[in-house]
Design a binder for this molecule. Sequence first.
Ligand code: EPS
Length: 387
Amino acid sequence: MTLRFLTAGESHGPELTVIVEGMPGGVEVRGEEIDRELLRRQQGYGRGARTQRIERDHAEIVSGVAAGRTTGAPVAMRIVNRDFANQPERPRPLTAPRPGHADLPGAIKYGMEDFRHVRERASARETAARVAAAALVRPLLAAFGVRVGSFVTEVGPECLRVRLEGLDAAALAGLAAAAEEDPNRCPDADASARMREAVDGAGRSGETVGGAFVVFATGVPPGLGSHVHWDRKLDGRLAGAVCSIHAVKGVEIGPATEVARRPGTEVQDPIVLRDGELARMSNFAGGLEAGITNGQPVVLRAWMKPLSSVRAELVSVDLETGERADPPYVRSDVSAVPPAAVVGEAMVAWVLAEALLERFGGDRLDVMLAAAAAVRGPGAATREAGR
Ligand code: EPS
């Protein structure tokens, strides 16, 4: 049995609950770090009133931690929904499904006549629980030297061009540090100013915008994931995890959309010796070859569609009356690209932590670190012989 987490809770219910099972013993847990991650997810240009003014997320740790470290037992956390207090006792049933949301397919699947019961769980509010779960594994990753970060490259029509294949760990860390200071999580001030205008314009006209964000991990040991079977390939697992984020419709590993258009000879990552160590001249592969990490930074990009809650008239059908209907507008964010990048970090951190446990065993951190130190790659003997 490996690392796993479960989330429960509705957007306007009393709380989100998350249980993380399979954590190794001995990993440091700092509540303020978990809350810091929750705050990063709540911020961002284009967020609505709820995340800006109503919610201030805090994870209450209920179990699995003693003296500031994991005990190996399941870690349960609660995140209270402050907006619960503002909910009407008997809200009007929603009978006209909104296109682009889970309303109709979810209601067909579970036999709900009131779409509210579907949308309550389908809401992206749930991602707060994911971020809390991933905040637990970040110190585990850090113990191996793995750092996960993100930055936004597109909001609406505005785009920051970045050559993903040329970014080493230091360049990626620099971009993430600049993004951390920016409300769009964009590392370039001019591009961010244009993004802000795009969000403002969309907000004024009742529109929403989508965009794209890059998530990366540096210091990733080679050998995570596997080429031997389809469901062990780490690129597929990462893409699946990131694509499970609300409104994300596409994921590329490395600069894949560009790689697809260029000749094969131009998109190799040649293997060279640099100061006696194996190194690569570029990172077109995004740190993954055949579904295994190769020691380069893991880099992926995700695209998010514009949020489907727009003020403009929607075309739908009221399933109670059978008449054409415009479903009532529900307050929404104009842009949720910056928080989606933070959730992207959480999903990438989670999948990498799973893969670390698979490779180095998962009962206790000290044993994992010793197992990692014992791994010697091909060529190690040659290098030690001074060649
Ligand atoms: C969301 C709609 C909005 C967002 C919410 C996600 O909530 P509400 O319908 O209450 O205004 O604020 O996101 C969060 C509350 C959050 O913490 O991310 C949706 O429909 O997905």
